[in-house]
Design a protein around this ligand. Sequence first.
Ligand code: FAD
Length: 486
Amino acid sequence: MKVKMLDEQVSKSCKEGQKHIEVGDLDNKEISTDLLIIGAGPGGYVAAIYAAKNGLDVTLVERERLGGTCLNVGCIPTKTLVKSSELSHNIQRAKEFGIEIDGNVKINMEAIIGRKDEVVDRLVSGIEFLMKKNKIKVIVGQASFVNKTTVKVTGSINHLVMAKNIIIATGSKITRVNIPGIDHPCVLDSTTALASTDLPESITIIGAGVIGMEFAFIYRNLGVDVNVVEFLDRPLSMLDKDVSKEIQKICKREKINIYTGSRVTKIEMSDEGKALVTYESKKGEQTLESDKVLVAIGREPNIDGLLLENSGVDLNENGRGIKVNKAMQTSNNHIYAIGDVTDILQLAHVASNQGLVAVDNILNKDITMDYKAVPNVIFTSPEIATVGMGEDKAKEKGLDITVSKARFMSNGKALSMNETRGFVKLVKDNKSGQIIGASIIGPDASNLITMLTTAIAKGLTDTDINKIIFPHPTTGEVIQEASQGF
Ligand code: FAD
């Protein structure tokens, strides 16, 4: 019966002119499932577990490793390197804390990368365990749509999966740019940089976005000479200007050279085997010399090989990513899309949250995504974290706001840590009194932002925050100080 239904769908797709799809192969294993999820990143695997826990029969397809970009070549490996590099930096400044290190401190890049691999492997095995525990069927292979309800998975065993509902969670891929010389072996991208056991003496990073700036601090804290070339007029241009300016000042002090308003035109090799990055700016054409180059220009939604044209799923107006409504539903009611592939926000926790919303809707709960309080952390040194609407955006929108800022400079805990750079900034909506946005640049920013995320999600006002008892001495007290400053 199952096979007959499949045959009917297959012949229908063929009649519709999709003859390029090889369906009905003898080695195709046929499966029916309540929910098929394509892609096992933080969007896909979280949705799979949640759906299984809620009684759905779930099939998850992944062509590489469970965990997706985030676990394998994104959030986790970068943060593991951040930890090693910060430790190296702290050792260099141990004297500030009364600790004198007698003898050489050696950076063993092989061991650093080895540790990173161990952390990643451990987390990937954890997901494998969770898949088994929740009885989720995992198929390894490349998924492509045969029609609106059937997906072919090409792997060591081919499968045809018929699903009542489908979630596309295929993430994003590195954007390729056409800079002459970009294919030279000395040019890395974020994925190859994370695997490289060769620590260069100098590196030029193209792109001062989140990934570029995190790598800038990773390398600098490991003692590498770092140049960053950015096309726009400031690094981390998605942040408020004052936050961007603060990190720029810190970069200057840390001797990370940032060249803004600069467009890279070519990469060449010198006779001595060095990379020569040429860029154009107001000052004319300039060239930077370094051992390696890291291209961190950005990522784009990944729909490669999905054959979306067979699925009835539309792309966004700009052709980038899959179009979804607030319930994460595509233009085909039974197909949902979550995570980076939707091109809404490239963040792991957003992908996971969108996955839960998609599953809730599949379970007929009427839930929609709310992006009012999405935290975003940038793991520079010090960290930067934001949530809600920034000051610049609020002003651009003409909102009636007041801004209050408090610096870490006089905070007891920050002083004891010798981490006094940066500030907490709160944006208050004058009509409601509610805090609608926050930016933190400074110690513990990645953890402190959770409190402000809760405040914004729950519509707390400055008066509400002022009534909360903050523990002393903590960096969190700077939040209250900022709130009391309204
Ligand atoms: P992905 O994690 O990209 O997973 C998609 C999966 O789908 C992949 O495993 C892929 O192999 C699979 N797939 C694709 N097509 C098919 C197909 N046709 N068939 C079968 N499988 C397929 N975010 C944060 O929130 N915090 C951070 O600190 C952070 N740091 C980052 C650092 C770097 C260097 C990078 C690159 C990214 C970082 N991100 C960070 C972003 C984060 O990794 C992504 O937002 C997140 O992984 C998106 O999750 P996803 O589930 O949408 O897709």
